[in-house]
Ligand binder design. Structure first.
Ligand SMILES: *[C@@H]1O[C@H](CO)[C@@H](O)[C@H](O)[C@H]1NC(C)=O
Ligand SMILES: *[C@@H]1O[C@H](CO)[C@@H](O)[C@H](O)[C@H]1NC(C)=O
Ligand SMILES: *[C@@H]1O[C@H](CO)[C@@H](O)[C@H](O)[C@H]1NC(C)=O
Ligand SMILES: [Zn+2]
Length: 505
């Protein structure tokens, strides 16, 4: 995952006020703005409400009941991750997983189709690292996506130079030459610290380093290595555990020479053809207008990708399945996109946005689930103030009963960010990610409150498992998945049934 945020609230507010004439008309027409919003603007509450709240509430209740009565989503996710395992872009496993998923969706009786996507194909190959001095020890590594191999397909042996930041590296440039530069960088938050995974190799190469080992981008470690994409560089790069990174720094401080042997076969093959899977229920009144949800099917090659992001993809599928199975007929088309290649290049998301550009102004909202499928508490969304008021009202009316009707924050998923760029209101499912750590139970302070990269992800369970071998389905809770599916289904169905598309600035 890589969450995006665009918090220009003040600007949005100015735009909303400038648009008031239009907005007022729209809100009156839909009868749909939270009382507080109206009062804030000094407007009288609309007298007539065209929205059939009673019907919307009873449909939402039926969806929620159905979602909690079946563990389909967990069973399917467990089957996917157990059977196909990691689903790296370019791998046969990803393609087999897509085939299986498509066949299941067809069995559900839901319309499903594929759209081709050319995706990069990076191969890890064999890799190892060994500490040779001051003692012999295996070093757990995970080559970074996009890395090259060690030169001439041979192991390289070099002294390590440990730095704690790019500044530290720049100040001690002379010590980096000919060395394996180890980055022992304290985790501040995913959005900020990930800079080191992405750019350590490029920066160290400029100082003459022969390779880099980057402390895994995670708040905590149990000897886990976290892979992830890096920007192109001319030297090999791998992640190491938090424990080893700290150990090497202690050794260096004591004046001990840290000597490491590194071997990596990593290389990039020509791009391969893959596909996005798209499933939908055509709208009964306005089939050309859309609500889009989704998650991504690809994962890193060391991870089963249950959290990142099989869970997100499958709760999106389940949301559509619930609406379908209940025989509910949304006015607008509801569509789930199961994207490929989020992890390295987002080629699936880019292809979807390009192919569906003509629908950008017809897409009411696009919501991704890619920050875990823990207990949901609502959605974050970047949209107009008027749209936010409508969504807030919907959430309160339809989802407060299961606690997932909050509309807070401005984040939106990586895969829907390209739709956002086309003007589509974009969002993210918000989850209470505090199974580990000492979260204070305030959803407004949880990861996903719009301060992406802040200290929040330091408490996040999601980032304990992110891009590791430990991202397996046993970490997920069937009931939380059902809760996420119920939430996605209700948001999707209710927005699809509004009188109008969500208003834009
Ligand atoms: C994706 O992978 C290719 C091949 O490994 C690499 O060259 C490129 O930098 C990566 N790009 C992104 C944006 O992830
Ligand atoms: C969408 O609407 C905006 C604003 O009216 C317009 O500038 C843009 O060209 C439209 N995009 C498409 C693809 O029709
Ligand atoms: C917002 O989240 C809190 C905490 O999870 C929950 O108790 C509350 O019911 C939610 N509100 C709505 C409208 O769902
Ligand atoms: Zn992801």
């Amino acid at each position: 995952m890589f969450p995006h945020t665009s918090d220009n609230g003040a600007q949005a507010h100015r735009r909303a006020c400038a648009m008031l004439g239009f907005w007022q008309f729209l809100c009156l027409a839909t009868g749909f703005v939270a009382a507080s919003e109206w009062n804030q603007l000094g407007l009288a509450l609309p007298s007539a409400e065209k929205w059939d709240r009673v019907r919307a509430k009873s449909d939402a209740d039926v969806i929620i009941k159905k979602a909690f009565s079946t563990s389909t989503v967990y069973e399917r996710l467990a089957y996917l991750t157990d059977t196909f395992g990691p689903r790296l872009s370019g791998s046969t496993a990803l393609e087999s997983a897509l085939d299986w998923t498509k066949a299941q969706i067809e069995k559900d009786g839901i319309k499903v189709y594929e759209e081709p996507v050319k995706i990069p194909s990076w191969v890890r190959g064999r890799e190892y690292a060994t500490l040779l001095s001051p003692r012999t020890k295996d070093i757990r590594i995970a080559g970074l996506g996009g890395s090259i191999s060690t030169p001439d397909g041979k192991p390289l042996v070099a002294k390590a130079f440990v730095v704690t930041s790019f500044d530290d590296l720049d100040k001690n440039s002379h010590q980096a030459k000919g060395r394996i530069v180890v980055f022992n960088v304290e985790f501040e938050g995913y959005g900020t610290t990930v800079d080191y995974r992405e750019n350590a190799a490029g920066r160290a190469e400029k100082h003459g380093a022969v390779a880099v080992l980057v402390r895994s981008i995670a708040p905590y470690g149990l000897q886990t290595v976290h892979t992830g994409v890096m920007n192109e560089a001319g030297i090999p790069a791998a992640a190491i555990t938090l424990e080893d990174a700290k150990r090497f720094e202690r050794m260096q401080k004591r004046g001990q020479d840290v000597v490491i042997e590194l071997y990596m076969e990593a290389h990039t093959l020509p791009d391969r053809l893959s596909r996005n899977l798209i499933l939908e229920i055509p709208g009964s009144e306005k089939p050309e207008e859309l609500v889009v949800i989704g998650g991504h099917m690809d994962s890193w090659d060391i991870a089963d990708g249950a959290m990142d992001d099989g869970g997100g993809a499958f709760v999106s599928w389940e949301a559509i399945r619930l609406i379908h199975e209940l025989g509910l007929k949304p006015k607008r088309t509801v569509r789930a996109v199961l994207f490929v290649n989020e992890e390295n290049g987002s080629k699936g998301a880019i292809a979807y946005a390009k192919e569906h550009e003509h629908e950008a102004n017809l897409t009411s909202i696009a919501i991704e689930s890619d920050i875990g499928t823990f207990t949901p508490f609502g959605i974050s969304v970047t949209c107009s103030k008027a749209a936010k008021a409508i969504l807030t009202d919907l959430g309160q009316q339809l989802l407060s009963g299961i606690g997932s009707g909050n509309v807070s924050g401005t984040e939106y998923g990586e895969d829907v960010s390209y739709l956002y760029d086309q003007g589509v209101p974009a969002g993210s499912l918000q989850v209470l990610d505090f199974r580990v750590g000492n979260h204070d139970n305030n959803p407004c302070k949880g990861f996903g409150d719009g301060v992406s990269g802040g200290t929040d992800s330091s408490r996040s369970a999601y980032f304990w498992y992110h891009h590791t071998e430990a991202d397996t389905v046993d970490k997920l809770d069937p009931e939380q998945l059902q809760h996420c599916a119920a939430t996605m289904a209700v948001w999707t169905y209710s927005v699809a049934n509004l009188d109008s598309l969500l208003p834009r600035d």
